[in-house]
Design a protein around this ligand. Structure first.
Ligand SMILES: [Zn+2]
Length: 603
């Protein structure tokens, strides 16, 4: 992998996408973009665009998009491996820049560095300086046996402990940097500083016990992220393994069931109560690769999630992945605000086991969530929404047997005839629900038109963040936005996770393995349009603030429309007072927008 990454980086840096594509497509300049007739669909006027600056392309006609590697794969109809060979031929950059032996030696060195750090962290925890960390663990009921089993350690406060105590040669420093243990400092004239400070350290191991990376949790209240994790490295691919799998593998193999929880402490908590099949994803949401991996240990997975909104939507996503990968899953939704670690502190093994038996099958759970908990006696409007949701969900399923199962179960639950729901689905038209005599046109269609402006601005905001991650300085405002648009919410979550883990944010994320092509296509069109405009740093800031306001305005506007048509649950008196207050909120936003345009010279 190491040499391949190096090769990919070199191609990106040295080969111009524009000149590569110009061999197949006649291109002409259009502002900052270069355009031509799309090689992937037939058209008379050019909608195929390239940004020479970002080295990406997007067709506004058919939606094909990506970087030079995607282009070669799509155009030559080859896989990624073959695209590397084609580009090696084209560019003259050798694909095998290092021998396999050197590569193996390099990885060996990285493992050694991680091992050295683990010993160091464990010594810190035992030392006089580790007293607060030991107190922290003791207060949370994490005893010596568990500390030993999970090899927990402690990173001291301060910025230069690592280079003083662990890595002294320049080679070791550079390896520690590759592993994310040391970071390059901007303010220290090219020096480095410790990435983990004043944190409990959790080593992340592969199933043979080699250390892939670390997670670190703050032991004091601070502005900093509560958890930070090692970035991906030549020896660490977060999308493939699990925290705790090293300790849990034998028990999982025996019972053929794995329990998936959200955090490191959840894993540790359950193990401390002798529930030794608990594992967790690594600071990311569950991936297809992880599910494929766990299938060789388990025949079933139990997904345990917090009952809050974030927990539930994570559970839905995880259940969908298990469904796609064909791994039977059960969902346990805990009481709101309680996580498995909390439970492990107050309950016995028997009591926790009892809670874990109260699970839904993932199909049952997905159906409930998709149908928004509607049932036979729900209102026609609620049912219509539920059916629309169900159709979107079913379209995402690959197997026809799954599609039919969800359609008929969904119909049954809503008390509708299976054949009419099936017909509606096949026609792909709106839902008629004839057998319930519902007149959709009357039942508040305007409110359900979808929040188009809201979708557009949420996507623009997320797109700016990819191009200019410095706008994460608006994190408080961003967290309030709560994107309704599925695509924006999906992409935002990836960016936010990277941000919290201090991982680099760039367009490369869209090209990462497993990133859905449809979503890449959606955002690439926004990104190219944003890249079109000549801006200064100041005007970019204004534009970003404007989008934040316009997004909020779009949501308020829709609430206003809903209130005006009387959709919702409020009684008349509350409806009117809410109407008034939403109106005045919109006026306030407009005022802010005007002053922004004024400073922007566009007023
Ligand atoms: Zn096209």
């Amino acid at each position: 992998m190491f040499q391949q990454n190096d090769f990919v980086e070199r191609i990106k840096g040295e080969v111009s996408l524009e000149s590569y594509i110009s061999r197949y497509v006649k291109l002409k300049k259009a502002g900052r973009r270069v355009v031509g007739l799309c090689p992937f669909h037939s058209e008379k006027s050019p909608s195929f665009s390239i940004s020479p600056e970002l080295n990406v392309y997007h067709c506004f006609g058919c939606g094909k998009s990506g970087d030079i590697f995607t282009f070669v794969q799509d155009y030559e109809k080859v896989d990624f491996r073959r695209s590397l060979e084609i580009l090696a031929d084209y560019s003259g950059i050798p694909l095998q820049s290092q021998s396999n032996k050197e590569d193996a030696q390099y990885k060996q060195r990285l493992f050694e560095i991680n091992a050295k750090f683990l010993t160091y962290f464990q010594e810190n925890l035992e030392s006089a300086e580790g007293i607060q960390a030991r107190e922290y663990l003791k207060k949370r009921g994490i005893d010596k046996t568990i500390i030993h089993k999970f090899e927990l350690g402690y990173a001291l406060p301060g910025f230069d402990n690592f280079s003083r105590s662990v890595v002294r040669t320049s080679e070791d420093v550079s390896l520690a940097q590759k592993l994310g243990l040391l970071k390059l400092s901007n303010s220290r004239g090219g020096g480095t500083y410790d990435f983990y400070r004043d944190r409990i350290m959790f080593p992340i191991k592969d199933t043979s016990g080699k250390i892939l990376g670390f997670g670190g949790r703050l032991i004091r209240d601070s502005e900093e992220a509560k958890y930070i994790n090692s970035p991906a490295s030549p020896i660490y691919d977060k999308g493939k393994t699990f925290y705790g799998l090293y300790q849990a593998q034998n028990q999982i193999r025996k019972s053929r069931v794995a329990i998936l929880v959200e955090g490191y402490l959840d894993v540790i908590g359950l193990h401390s109560k002798d529930i030794e099949t608990a594992i967790a994803p690594l600071g990311t949401s569950l991936t297809n690769n992880q599910v494929r991996n766990i299938k060789s240990y388990a025949d079933k997975i139990k997904l345990v999630f917090d009952g809050d909104k974030a927990g539930k939507s994570a559970a839905v996503r995880a259940a969908e992945i298990c469904l796609k990968e064909g791994l039977p899953a059960e969902i346990v939704v805990l009481e709101d605000g309680k996580d498995p670690f909390d439970l492990s502190r107050t309950l016995s093994n028997a009591e926790i086991s009892e809670i874990l038996t109260k699970s839904f099958s993932h199909s049952e759970f997905l159906l409930q969530e998709t149908l928004l908990h509607t049932h036979i006696s729900s209102s026609p409007e609620e049912k219509r929404k539920a059916i629309e949701n169900l159709f979107t969900f079913i379209k995402s399923l690959e197997r026809e047997t799954d599609q039919q199962m969800y359609l008929s179960e969904g119909a049954k639950q809503l008390g509708l005839s299976i054949s009419s729901v099936l017909n509606d689905f096949k026609r792909g038209t709106g839902v008629t629900l004839d057998d319930r005599k519902v007149d959709i046109k009357k039942s508040g269609k305007t409110s359900e038109k979808g929040n188009t402006a809201g979708i557009v601005y949420s996507r623009k905001i997320v797109s700016i963040l990819v191009l200019h991650p410095e706008f994460f300085s608006y994190i408080d405002q961003l967290l309030e936005l709560d994107f309704e648009d599925g695509e924006s919410a999906f992409f935002w979550e990836i960016l936010y996770t990277k941000y919290m883990n201090s991982e680099p944010i760039s367009l490369d994320i869209l090209q990462e393995e497993g990133f859905p092509t449809e979503i890449r296509s959606v955002f690439m069109s926004y990104i190219l349009e944003l890249d079109d405009s000549e801006e200064t740093e100041e005007s970019r800031k204004n534009i970003f603030e404007e989008y934040l306001l316009l997004y909020k305005r779009a949501n308020k506007q829709r609430e206003l429309e809903n209130l005006s048509t009387g959709v919702g649950v409020l009684d008349e008196k509350n409806r009117l007072s809410r109407l008034m207050s939403v109106r005045s909120e919109i006026l306030q936003i407009d005022q802010k927008l005007r002053s922004l345009n004024y400073t922007n010279g566009r007023g």
